[in-house]
Design a protein around this ligand. Structure first.
Ligand SMILES: Nc1ncnc2c1ncn2[C@@H]1O[C@H](COP(=O)(O)OP(=O)(O)OP(=O)(O)O)[C@@H](O)[C@H]1O
Length: 975
């Protein structure tokens, strides 16, 4: 490219001495405007590509004209413009208005394109970038380039004379000048060190060089106050709106992008549309002594399909027609009727100007004429822009924030973007490249000023990636910090990278574990075995395990957890098993005692205790004492296990069943029950196959279990530092539960009762699940369990009915469940208390009332209470209305818990899927949507692993470490 030089360096210096630096940056733009050709004319390009200023006085004059212009603006003369930004007489310079004097594309809202096309995959970045390089940029005209280069050259030569530029001894402070550019200031001398106000390759390189000394982060952390020319009031307003830093400002992303092509459809009254057209006339009209209006008529060519009267397209016009938009703005008051005012009003738009207009259209009496009263009008720079917009460049639509006008925000963001240093990205380039991500600088550009929706999508992907990446990085980083040696750290990272390699052979298991396995009344399924082997591998490491065991309802997670407990007991330690309900605690306790009874060849079987809120205090004290002395090796219980009073002698594993019912803090409390130094040698002597491995003061291993299958995305977001184990198969002989959805009208209920009778006659047991315990006046349509008891007992007089709900005392609940299990009752009317873990293998039918009140994942859980034995089972979902049937049909068609959880995630979002307790711990993802961005989360997880395996302590990536500490993604703990 030709190298241009401006001979008169002092001129540029003069420019900089002028207070409003934005003039400088406007010069390139002025050159490309048809109405402001002077700058182009003044710089003559020589034969050898050298530009000279041919008429310096003329140029200076023009500049002073522009400056006067600026002064006018500063004096608020243009404050009555439509869409003006908040104007303030105190403002020394209203930047947004200033920018308005020069072409800027400012639109209000318009028919938004759906923000991001979810179906769009992220194409290969290389092809995208290739496409990008071939595109014409708005500001890329040759004319502009040479002005930029000229100025650049001049300024370089000008500032090469300045001492110590770029040296670390110079304290640098960045300021954004009014010309949208970043100017490093020498705070000692107050001089500007160099000019980045211009664009183009060389200036970008220079900018990069300048910013090498200063981390990109410090740019983003600067106060918005560094945008010079911004009045104190606007600064305050930005600050009050949460835009304390440039970074925060640049993170105010468009909510949608508009398609600026003229509409191709019939225009209906009241539609909000955007048109590109040509100004045909502009007049200020006096209508009465105190009333006037501005009328700008814009002619727009639109593609004709069908006229409103239904006629077909006229072939003679090539399928196009002109429509006339009458943009009207009204003024009341005698002072607005004076000729000078009306003249200046009319002169605001020139005939022939190409404009972009948006607003609500109203049909006028004459055909093809439309009125717009609330409108935005923007002058496009020249005809080229039309082709530019015809290229479907998406137009960003910003949300307003605390009364800040989106137009103003767009202006100010654009200036921040222009000044953004290239090296702003803290993530190493090979990581971004490896995952097909834009560099941060390009991503900011791409999201705020995309050239295509594809680019906006890529940019969005980068920001979503960042949201996930720093979270994953922080969690893994914290885990590594807790470990001592490099080998341990590598070992932990390997575990995440190659989980399939981490399994202990059965012969390595403790003797107790092997005997327990042998005593089971069934053989474990393949994935149960794999899960046990993975967990035992972890238990043998000197690093605390943090594992999530997931599996569909009834897949047999409990027995896997029992085996893990046996392993630690077998090596001389204690185990604790925490469940969310008393009912479940009792069930597990009885189940385990039953299994232990079958064990042979063990003299001292592990002593198991049950500790819940209802355990009598004397008994509970005894249990606590036995835990402290180590006499009890396994305790099953509810929240009471994490009470301060409970102390363990040698706790090695904490199993948290239905872990999503507990908060993060509750789970964390388990981990904090550190080993008591008075390690019980008694237990060790009884069961130990050898000396207990690992550090005695190590935090216990945590095995969390989830029966509500959490999609991997959510699991990673919630527990990025957890290893995941899936049980993928069901015990043999299980017959999928046949599911029906039925409308709960009289006819529907008759059908349900018939099916129930059929089931009972065959010796089956039936659960009836109700959404509420008692009928409520507020929601009379909801069926209640207590009312149901009367009618069902009456209807099925030959059978016994039981009732189970959360308001019953614990022994009443236990009794109700026991009677149902024994067969004393054949029908159990219940609320959703039975959703979790209740295991009555011969229960064969479930009817869920007002089923639409439950989430898909919840219904799947409920349904999992039947079909737990060999019996063919049925589940009937009774919907209140026919319209809610379609959602329930998903359950008819699938029995895959993970698939259903994904569906639920999509339908209800993570908050509802996880429930209040757990979703409260989900970090906030301002732009990511866990429902659809799971693949990016997976990539972020891998990227975090990659970075940490290169540098465990992130010392090799100081920028990344700094960014991580700024984001503090782990401040979300709390219950
Ligand atoms: N390998 C197996 N073969 C046969 N039956 C099994 C096997 N594993 C577990 N079971 C039985 O399957 C039933 C369900 O097991 P369990 O309660 O452990 O499932 P779960 O995964 O915890 O289910 P939920 O999440 O619904 O509580 C139990 O009655 C259990 O005894």
């Amino acid at each position: 490219m030709a190298k241009y030089q401006i001979q008169t360096g002092k001129l540029a210096h003069h420019l900089f001495c002028l207070r409003s630096h934005y003039v400088l940056s406007m010069l390139p733009k002025l050159c490309v405007r048809t109405t402001h050709k002077f700058a182009g004319d003044l710089f003559e390009v020589g034969k050898y590509g050298t530009a000279n200023i041919s008429n310096r006085p003329k140029l200076l004059h023009k500049i002073s004209v522009v400056m006067a212009h600026d002064d006018c603006i500063e004096n608020g003369q243009y404050n009555n413009q439509s869409n003006s930004v908040p104007s303030d007489p105190d403002d020394d310079c209203n930047v947004s208005i200033a920018c308005k004097k020069f072409p800027s594309i400012i639109l209000g809202s318009s028919p938004p394109i759906e923000l991001f096309d979810d179906s769009a995959c992220y194409p290969d970045i290389a092809s995208f970038l290739a496409a990008k390089s071939g595109e014409n940029f708005l500001l890329n005209s040759t004319c502009e380039e040479w002005v930029q280069d000229s100025l650049d050259g001049t300024l370089s030569s000008l500032y090469s004379d300045l001492p110590d530029v770029g040296k670390s001894s110079v304290s640098e402070e960045y300021t954004l000048n009014t010309g949208s550019s970043l100017l490093p200031m020498n705070t000692e001398t107050g001089t500007i060190l160099s000019n980045p106000a211009v664009k183009g390759d060389s200036s970008k390189k220079e900018l990069k060089a300048q910013n090498n000394a200063v981390s990109g982060r410090s740019f983003l952390d600067q106060s918005v106050g560094c945008i010079s020319g911004l009045s104190k009031r606007l600064q305050r307003q930005l600050d009050d709106s949460g835009f304390h830093t440039l970074g925060k400002l640049l993170h105010h992303f468009p909510r949608a992008y508009a398609d600026l092509r003229n509409p191709q459809v019939n225009i209906d009254d009241g539609q909000y549309l955007i048109f590109i057209g040509k100004v045909l006339s502009s007049r200020g009209i006096r209508a009465s002594y105190s009333f006037s209006f501005l009328e700008v008529v814009v002619g727009c060519e639109i593609a004709e399909r069908e006229t409103n009267s239904g006629c077909t397209v006229d072939n003679n016009t090539g399928g196009k027609k002109i429509i006339y938009l009458h943009l009207k703005k009204f003024f009341r008051g005698t002072r607005f009727t004076f000729q000078p005012f009306l003249r200046s009003l009319g002169e605001k738009h020139k005939e022939g100007e190409i404009v972009c207009v948006s607003g609500k259209v109203r049909t006028m009496q004459s055909e093809d004429h439309y009125e717009m009263r609330e409108y935005n009008i923007d002058v496009l720079q020249d005809e080229k822009d039309v082709s530019f917009y015809a290229k479907e460049r998406p137009y960003p639509i910003y949300p307003s924030k605390r009364g800040l006008n989106p137009t103003f925000l767009r202006d100010i963001i654009a200036r921040g973007i222009d000044a953004l240093p290239i090296n702003v990205d803290p993530i190493p380039e090979d990581i971004t490249q490896g995952f097909g991500l834009l560099r941060l600088h390009d991503a900011y550009n791409g999201i705020h000023q995309p050239k295509s929706i594809k680019e906006a999508d890529l940019a969005r992907k980068r920001f979503i990636f960042d949201e996930f990446f720093y979270l994953q990085l922080a969690r893994l980083f914290q885990m590594l910090e807790g470990l001592g040696t490099r080998i341990e750290k590598d070992c932990l990272l390997d575990k995440y990278r190659q989980p399939h390699l981490n399994a202990a052979y059965m012969k390595e298991w403790a003797c107790l574990t092997q005997k327990f396995l042998k005593a089971l009344p069934y053989s474990l399924t393949e994935s149960q075995m794999k899960a046990v082997a993975e967990i035992i591998w972890d238990l043998k490491r000197p690093i605390p395990m943090n594992r999530l065991l997931q599996g569909d309802v009834g897949c047999g997670k409990t027995v896997v957890a029992f085996l893990a407990c046996m392993e630690v007991i077998g090596t001389g330690y204690q185990a604790a098993f925490m469940v969310p309900t008393e009912l479940l605690a009792i069930q597990h306790y009885e189940h385990l005692l039953g299994l232990l009874e079958n064990m042979e060849g063990i003299e001292n079987k592990p002593s198991v205790a049950l500790l819940t809120g209802s355990t009598p205090s004397k008994q509970s004290r005894m249990i606590r004492e036995s835990l402290q002395t180590g006499e009890t090796s396994l305790v099953i219980g509810t929240h009471s296990l994490i009470s301060e009073k409970v102390e363990f002698s040698a706790l090695r594993i904490a199993v948290v069943d239905e872990q999503h019912r507990f908060g993060v803090v509750q789970r964390g409390k388990f981990s904090s029950k550190l080993f008591n130094n008075s390690f019980s040698s008694k237990i060790a002597a009884e069961y130990s196959d050898g000396s207990p491995s690992g550090d005695i003061s190590m935090a216990p291993h945590v095995l969390a279990m989830s029966a509500t299958p959490i999609p991997r995305t959510l699991a990673l977001a919630l527990y990025g530092d957890m290893s995941l184990t899936h049980i993928t198969d069901l015990p043999p002989g299980r017959v999928p539960v046949k599911t029906y959805s039925i409308v709960g009208d009289d006819e529907g209920f008759e059908k349900v009762y018939e099916m129930m009778l059929d089931e009972l006659e065959k010796g089956g047991k039936v659960y009836l699940v109700y959404p509420v315990i008692e009928q409520s006046e507020q929601l009379p349509q909801l069926r209640a369990a207590t009312e149901g008891l009367q009618s069902i007992s009456y209807r099925f007089q030959d059978y016994n009915c039981g009732l189970l709900h959360g308001k019953m005392k614990s022994d009443e609940k236990e009794e109700a469940l026991r009677r149902f299990r024994n067969g004393d009752t054949q029908i159990l009317l219940s609320t959703q208390v039975i959703e979790i873990g209740v295991d009555v293998p011969d229960a064969s039918m479930m009817v869920v009332m007002n089923a639409e009140r439950f989430g898909i994942a919840q219904l799947h859980q409920l349904r999992g209470r039947v079909g737990r034995g060999m019996k063919k089972s049925r589940c009937i979902l009774v919907a209140s209305t026919a319209s809610s049937l379609s959602r329930l049909k998903v359950l008819e068609n699938s029995s895959d818990g993970f698939h259903l959880a994904e569906v639920d995630l999509l339908l209800r979002g993570p908050g509802d899927l996880l429930g209040k307790k757990q979703s409260g711990h989900l970090p906030e993802f301002p732009i990511a949507r866990l429902e659809v961005d799971g693949n990016i989360l997976e990539e972020a997880h891998l990227a975090a692993l990659k970075v940490l395996s290169i540098s465990h302590d992130l010392e090799q990536f100081p920028a990344l470490k700094m960014e991580l500490s700024m984001r503090q993604p782990l401040c979300l703990l709390g219950d």
